[in-house]
Structure formats: C-alpha cells, structure tokens
Design a protein around this ligand. Structure first.
Ligand code: UGA
Length: 437
C-alpha cells in the first residue's frame, strides 16, 4: 500500500519506518529541512533505540523516502497525520496550528477513497472538525482518528507490536469502508493478534487523552503516597510492591520519584482540562489539577532534600546531576523533571554539573547556563553530592565503593528509588530516596 506520513518527529519518523518495515511504500513529509535530510541519509534526528538500524534496513529496500514537498503525498492511499500538538504558550490548551496546517496542505493532493488518518493527540472534537474540512475539499475521501500509544524509548517495538489499535470513524461502524483499508495497513499486527476497536471519532480521541491521564494519575497517586511515607517513616517502594500484587491495581507505573515529564503526559492532562472546560464539563477533570500539582511538587521536594543532604545550604555545593532526559533510553528533554531540578539547584547557588548518555545536546539548547559533562567519571570527580534523576542503566549499575573514590562527599539522592539502599549505606554513603526511610 502507498502511504504518506506527515510530520517526522518522535511519532512520525518511527511510524514511517515501521510502515515500510511492514512492507508498505512510504513517503515521510516534514517542513523541517534538517530533519528530512538526516532521515533521508538514514540518520535518526533524535535518539530512539533501534530506529537508526531500522531506517538503514528499510531504506535499502527502496520502500521509504523523505521529502519536504507535500506534493509527494499524491498517489498515496493512506495519509497519516503525525505532527505535534504542543501546549499553547501561557495557556493550558493544545496548539493545533501544526495539525491544521498539515491537513490544509494535504487537501489539494487527496483523491477519491483516500484515508486521512490522524495519529496526533488532539482535543476531543478536532477530528469531527477536520472531517468537515476534508469532506468539503475532497468529498470522496475519509477522515479517521487512529491514536498512537507508543512510548519513547520503546517506540519501534510499540509501533510494530501495539497493545491495541483504535480506529475512530465518522459513523462509528465496523462497516465503514475505511476500516477495511486500515486493516490492510495493519494486517501484520492484526494477524499477530492485536485487538482492534472501531469507535466514533470523539471516543477515539478520548481514548488517548484518557489513557495518558490515567497513567499520570497513577504516577501522582504513588508520589502522593511517597509524601505520606516520608511523613510516617514508611517505604513507598515496598508499599507499591504490595499494592501492585493486586491484579486490579498492578505494579506498572507505580514508581515513585521525581514525577512525570516529557512531551506528552504533562501537556496532555492540561489540554484535557482546558477542553473539558470548553465543553462545560470542567468539574469532571478538576482532579487532574491535583495530579499536576502533586507532580510539580516533586521537583520542589527534591531541591529541598538536596539542600538537607548538603547540610542546610546549597551555596557553593558541587552537585552532579545524573540524567537530563525525561526518561531513560531517550534524548528528549521536553519538560524533563531532571533538568528543571538541575536548573533550580543552580539558581539557588549550587555549582551543578549535568551528565547524561544521550540528552546533553538537547539539554544544552534548553538550559545553556548549566554545566554539562559527557563522561560519567569526569562528572563524578570531586562532587559534594550526587543526584540520580534519570534511571539510565549505567547509573543504576554504579558501584558504591568505586564511586566513593571519585567524589568529595559521600551523599546521594536517588530521585527514582532504583538503588539498593543497604549496599550504598554499607559502603559509607548517606543515601536519601523519595518516600523511603
Ligand atoms: C506516554 C504514554 O506512556 C504513551 O502510551 C503515549 O503514547 C505517549 O505518552 C504519548 O502520548 O505519545 P512517554 O511520554 O514516552 O509515553 O513516557 P512514559 O513511559 O509514559 O513516561 C512518562 C513519564 O512518567 C516519564 O518522565 C517517566 O519517568 C515517568 N514515570 C513513569 C514515573 O515517574 N513513574 C512511573 O512509574 C512511570
């Protein structure tokens, strides 16, 4: 099948490569020249495990190309809209500029029976509005919403082996003619047993924002428990293990720490609240304000704990922050709690060095005033305190005895609760976790 993928960021670049891997002829289109020339040369413009190899593999087959020219979408049967929907500046709502302009730019190239398939996360109601736009310009084409659930760091496998596929179609019916076409696109996954649900447009849009809101709520719930554990002298990691053994609760996404960040959960819960307000249903989502507040409080809490760890003052303390990405296996620093904590510490007088295996270039663009060090060894040298803020494998595997030889002060704050307390304390470290005694 011929497919165009419009928007080649974290979502679209992976989607384009995976669709080609599944055997389709794919063109990836983006307005960003730099991104397109990198992708065309089989280089991933961001770090995502497996993407570089996949790009090389599929480009050799001749089934994947990249361009900035929207005219290349002509002749494709399915057009995936994969552009970003960032938070509006100074407001909670989502900025739909990129979605609107992608769809408008595509309109002249649509033919009868083409599918325009939205994958971007959008406020409920957007798809119906875009369906009207498509209908007016290309009456025989179809607009669908097919939300994407991939996680950064696992994007390739999540796209090739999704948990579920959701197709939102205008009449919500299995018999909608576009359903069969999308089934052909995803034939490999469907044959592999991936469940597929057909819904109406608003339900499909809501599935995505509801899923991300649930995940954010789960993280803030356990972080609220961490606050209580701190107050009561209990251990939130054991509490999470114990409640997680109840199937109805489950252990995943119950890791207390510095909270969630990234380009999705924070802006999605805010956009969801803003949209609920527009729909007159704001009361339904006021709890998300609390979810957001608990999450932001984590960052302040870590700064306070770091101050305590440094004996009451941050002034002149050499602090090494391990991790800048919002999560491991990613170079994404959008709304990264690790970086925002590093910046706060620096503002309050600490001398901060940030290290990360992949995200330093992006971090330096966002916070040029921080000091960055690529080598973990060099970053550890002479530190008065260490903060583990993104749980990359190499930080989890640090040997407390070896690390002790490199630093000036044996103090560590484990912002992700991933280190073995007993091992670090036995090696002579002052260890602080979040919600751990
Ligand atoms: C999230 C969703 O998990 C995906 O399903 C969704 O497709 C994606 O957003 C999106 O909307 O595009 P992602 O932002 O890649 O994916 O990252 P997550 O794995 O969800 O992690 C989000 C944040 O929560 C990270 O900062 C992570 O460190 C934090 N987290 C996660 C915790 O603090 N504790 C946990 O137990 C789990």
């Amino acid at each position: 099948m011929r497919i165009s993928v419009i928007g080649c960021g974290y979502l679209g670049a992976v989607h384009a490569a995976c669709m080609a891997k599944l055997g389709h002829d794919v063109v990836g289109i983006d307005i960003d020249d730099g991104k397109i020339s990198e992708l065309a040369a089989s280089r991933a413009p961001f770090f995502e495990p497996g993407l570089k190899e996949l790009l090389g593999e599929v480009q050799e087959t001749g089934r994947l190309s990249f361009t900035t020219d929207m005219a290349a979408a002509a002749g494709s049967t399915v057009h995936f809209i994969c552009v970003g929907t960032p938070q509006k500046k100074g407001e909670n709502g989502a900025d739909l500029t990129f979605v609107d302009s992608a769809v408008n730019a595509l309109l002249p190239y649509l033919s009868a029976n083409d599918l325009v398939v939205g994958k971007s996360t959008v406020p409920v109601g957007t798809a119906a509005r875009l369906a009207t736009t498509v209908q007016q310009s290309a009456p025989a084409a179809y607009l669908l919403w097919n939300p994407e659930f991939l996680r950064e760091g696992h994007a390739v496998s999540d796209t090739l082996h999704p948990d579920r596929l959701v197709y939102g179609v205008t009449d919500g019916s299995e018999d909608h003619p576009a359903v069969q076409v999308l089934d052909q696109v995803y034939a490999t996954s469907l044959q592999g047993g991936t469940p597929r649900l057909v819904t109406d447009l608003p339900t499909a849009e809501l599935v995505k924002t509801a899923a991300n809101s649930f995940l954010a709520t789960k993280i803030s719930f356990i972080n609220a428990m961490a606050e209580l554990c701190d107050a009561a002298g209990a251990d939130v990691t054991l509490l999470a293990d114990a409640i997680g053994m109840d199937d109805r609760i489950g252990r995943k996404f119950l890791n207390a720490g510095i909270g969630f960040g990234g380009g999705c959960l924070p802006k999605d819960i805010r956009a969801f609240m803003a949209r609920a307000g527009e729909l007159g249903a704001d009361q339904a989502l006021t709890f998300l304000r609390e979810v957001d507040a608990i999450n932001m409080r984590r960052r302040t809490r870590v700064v306070e704990l770091a101050r305590e760890l440094c004996g009451g003052s941050l002034l002149g303390q050499r602090i090494t922050v391990m991790g800048a990405a919002f999560k491991p296996e990613s170079d994404d620093v959008r709304d990264s709690p690790a970086l925002s904590i590093a910046a706060q510490l620096q503002l309050q007088g600490a001398v901060v060095t940030v290290t990360d295996p992949k995200a330093l270039a992006n971090a330096a663009r966002r916070f040029p005033e921080l000091h960055y060090e690529e080598s973990t060894d060099a970053a550890l040298q002479g530190a008065d305190a260490l903060l583990l803020l993104t749980e990359w494998r190499e930080y989890r595997d640090l040997d407390p005895h070896e690390t002790l030889k490199q630093v000036s002060g044996a103090r560590i704050l484990d912002g992700r609760n991933v280190l073995d307390i007993d091992k670090w304390r036995a090696a002579g470290w002052i260890y602080r976790g979040l919600g751990r005694p």
